[in-house]
Design a protein around this ligand. Structure first.
Ligand SMILES: Cc1cc2nc3c(=O)[nH]c(=O)nc-3n(C[C@H](O)[C@H](O)[C@H](O)COP(=O)(O)O)c2cc1C
Length: 334
């Protein structure tokens, strides 16, 4: 595990190894708040500090961007106290933690958002993992609504910082709002956020990164999970991700976390360790910040091999750690 055990810097934070606990929505919150069950879940999986970095599950930045009823909230100042306990739990175990913040846009489920949702072009989410009957109607966002989303991301990022986390990750993968802007399947706009160019599709991302960076300051790590490729006809491509990444980083990111877009976190026909490795490698080749990849890693040797092959700088593991709280310890001590 020579490579996996090597430390790495994300912004001004030293991460003691290359193993990342990927964000997994536990649905253990109650009315958006941190619960004992949620604290226990993260405590168990970070005991001994084996994953160097934890990405906390997606948390909604505003109530109209809620993906599901039991999703964690970072939408109110009253969330900060519970989130602080979560950060403390992980720090006590000597891992670092960033929080993933998200707006679901047209992927908000009816039960969570019982009114029309916002989206770039009023297109229902094509992500097949979301059943159409679950989804609310949606409308094309006005400029005011776009400005409001930038503000909501910025306020949520400040709450993450106040809660004592080591950084924040903007969620632009798996069909949620920022991914809807990035994917040509869901972005048909013709203004400066236009779906016809990569620059248009990341214009909102760049405004959010700049606004968050201006608010949290230079010394607070900021990253993005980018669903860089839809792996479907007419969707975003690996080349789009390689074109977008340097611009996103230049706007103020300290790390990139690569995953799928409208294909969700899975890739049809692929189950091998590092099944988004083509994507992360293409991005790693063009940026100088650490690149994380998740997908299909089930043992430490797989993670080590991906690092040796320069597929990414850090390896995130989701389902295996979710299923087995001792997975990281076993993998790192193997
Ligand atoms: C139940 C479940 C919940 C997930 N929740 C999130 C999430 O909140 N945010 C996110 O970016 N990815 C989420 N993912 C995707 C994982 O972070 C990860 O990318 C995916 O599981 C592939 O990695 P793995 O093969 O190691 O599990 C989730 C996956 C599963 C199975």
């Amino acid at each position: 595990m020579t490579h996996l055990k090597r430390a790495i810097r994300i912004g001004n934070r030293e991460i003691k190894n290359r193993l990342v606990m990927a964000p997994i929505a536990t649905e253990k919150s109650d009315a958006g708040k941190v619960t004992r069950a949620l604290l226990d879940y993260y405590d168990e999986r970070t005991k001994g500090g084996y994953p160097g970095l934890i990405v906390i599950e997606h948390s909604f930045i505003r109530s109209d961007g809620r993906a599901g009823v039991n999703q964690l909230s970072v939408s109110e100042d009253s969330d900060i106290a519970g989130l602080s306990r979560l950060a403390d739990t992980i720090h006590k175990n000597e891992s670092k933690a960033v929080m993933q913040i998200s707006h679901a846009g047209a992927a908000a489920r009816k039960e969570a958002v019982p009114f029309e949702t916002i989206s770039p072009s009023g297109i229902a989410n094509p992500n097949k993992a979301l059943r159409p009957g679950e989804l609310q109607d949606t409308h094309e966002m006005s400029r005011n609504e776009i400005d409001g989303v930038i503000q909501a991301f910025t306020e949520a990022a400040i709450r993450v910082k106040k809660a004592g986390f080591d950084g924040v990750e903007l969620h632009s993968a798996h069909g949620y709002l920022l991914n809807q802007f990035y994917s040509p399947l869901t972005n048909k706009r013709t203004d400066e956020y236009c779906g016809s160019t990569v620059d248009g599709r990341i214009a909102l991302h760049i405004r959010i990164i700049q606004a968050v960076r201006a608010t949290v300051g230079a010394d607070f790590p900021l990253g993005m999970r980018l669903g860089g490729c839809d792996y479907t006809v007419g969707g975003s491509t690996v080349a789009d991700a390689a074109a977008a990444a340097p611009k996103l980083v230049a706007a103020g990111l300290d790390f990139m976390d690569m995953s799928g877009g409208m294909c969700f976190y899975i890739r049809a026909g692929h189950s091998e360790a590092g099944y988004f490795g083509d994507l992360s490698k293409s991005v790693k080749d063009v940026v100088s910040v650490p690149v994380i990849v998740a997908g299909g890693v089930t043992n430490g040797a797989d993670a080590e091999k991906l690092l040796t092959e320069n597929i990414a700088d850090m390896i995130a593991v989701g389902r295996a750690i979710s299923r087995n709280p001792a997975w990281a310890k076993e993998a790192m001590e193997a």
